[in-house]
Write a protein that binds this ligand. Structure first.
Ligand code: ADP
Length: 416
């Protein structure tokens, strides 16, 4: 029986989908989690617990000491475990991206340096080692710029600044967000880069011997101009011209080659304007949240099954398809405590809506970007055209009414 070591972060949306895919393929799972034994007992998994995914070398030693029998693949379910997975594969002699290839994809500053060193499209960027340097930098910049935390995801800690005074304010805010979310915040500092205008897109791909296979190219039809950049709708296939679609795939392929990424799933985000394709990031993992579920029909299997098959060398056949599909990451409208949702049934009845998943639980504290990094849930659509798939998402969303109560504990602490 094939065995896979899955790195399961407690907060991931995707643990269950990976476990289901492994179950379907009859693959034995060894789970390694950053927290409690949430998934192990009922699935008969042998768990390795309490790993610090952000300390890959220490965590790898811990895993190797507990692993026992050989595994055939190591996969990170989400961003958090990507570097640890690479370190483990290297130590176990399994195929996959080397840790040096993965590292620049986990750090927005290192990623910009990679683009610059390889002569690829890259906005002007600056490393801000400490907030005290912000005043001097503020005077030199051409605005607007984007201030970013270095290692967070889902647009957490990413804010546009429009002038010098705004910059100082946003640097303070992003520093606060990063300090609350990354134990290395003090050493990391922030990155400040020029704002790239244009439309935004994303590419889901699979690398095999360094060759990129595009699984899907997405349009993000809502303008993402800031000051905050909360994601909402993704629709595939893209409505861009085939020339631009090829240019995007070429850029992603070039950056993967420059980084040394050669194996497995990648997810890339980019902006496109008159001057070309501008990569925002490439992650050595598949699309986050539950968004991958929109690809089931296109792939003829779940994205998680495809990734497992690839990692284990099992055959992958993709069907012909013609439909468009879309997902909306339901934005958090305001900070507070989520109570309930009304209108779900009516929203599910909207033509072309395939599914709606509310992933927030009653009583959960929620916050929009740039402080928050999660969504209220996901709406999935499938239709004959991208426009119809997009329209269905918008009308389903319009039927949902969320009850979000003020967070009194927060109000008290800010009033103090
Ligand atoms: P994350 O990994 O948190 O998603 P990104 O660097 O991809 O961080 O930024 C999140 C979003 O912020 C992007 O999807 C984009 O909309 C916006 N963004 C980031 N950098 C820029 C930039 N230089 N110019 C314009 N928009 C940007």
């Amino acid at each position: 029986m094939l065995r896979v070591l899955l790195l399961l972060p407690i907060a991931s949306y995707r643990n269950q989908d990976f476990l289901d895919a492994a179950h379907k393929l009859g693959v034995e799972v060894v789970s390694a989690a950053d927290h409690c034994p949430q998934f192990a007992p009922q699935r008969g998994l042998s768990p390795i617990l309490s790993l610090h995914f952000d300390q890959p070398e220490t965590a790898a030693a811990q895993v190797l000491a507990s692993l026992g029998r050989r595994v055939d693949a190591v996969l990170a379910v989400d961003d958090a475990g990507v570097e640890l997975a690479a370190v483990l594969r290297e130590k176990l002699g399994l195929p996959g991206n080397a840790p040096e290839a993965v590292r620049p994809t986990r750090d927005k500053l290192a990623f910009r340096q990679l683009l610059q060193q390889n002569g690829l499209n890259c906005p002007a960027f600056h490393h801000l080692a400490g907030a005290s340097e912000a005043r001097a930098l503020a005077a030199q910049l051409h605005y607007p710029v984007v201030v970013k935390a270095r290692r967070l995801s889902a647009s957490r800690g990413v804010i546009r600044a429009d002038d010098a005074q705004d910059l100082l304010q946003q640097v303070r805010r992003v520093s606060r967000i990063q300090s609350g979310a990354d134990r290395d915040a003090g050493a990391l500092g922030l990155i400040v880069e020029s704002f790239i205008p244009g439309s935004e897109h994303a590419l889901e791909g699979l690398l095999e011997n360094g060759q990129l296979r595009v699984l899907a190219l997405f349009d993000k039809p809502d303008p993402l101009d800031g000051p905050y950049f909360e994601e909402s709708i993704y629709v595939t296939p893209s409505r861009l011209s085939s020339e631009l679609q090829t240019a995007i795939a070429d850029s992603v392929q070039r950056v993967c080659a420059a980084a040394g990424l050669s194996h497995g799933a990648i997810h890339a985000e980019m902006r496109v304007n008159d001057t070309g394709v501008w990569l925002l990031e490439i992650a050595a993992r598949s699309i986050g949240g539950l968004c991958g579920r929109m690809l089931r029909w296109r792939l003829g299997m779940t994205l998680e099954e495809l990734i497992l098959r690839h990692a284990l060398g099992l055959p992958i056949t993709q069907p012909e398809h013609s439909d468009a599909s879309g997902v909306m990451m339901i934005p958090v409208p305001r900070r507070g405590i989520y109570q309930s949702v009304m209108g779900l049934e009516a929203a599910r009845e909207v033509p072309h809506i395939e599914d709606i998943r509310i992933t927030t639980v009653p009583g959960q504290r929620i916050a929009p970007a740039p402080e928050g990094a999660s969504y209220l849930g996901f709406i999935f659509s499938r239709a004959a055209t991208p426009a119809a798939a997009e329209a269905a998402l918008r009308s389903a969303h319009a039927k949902l009414v969320f009850d979000i109560q003020p967070d009194l504990a927060l109000a008290k602490s800010t009033a103090r």
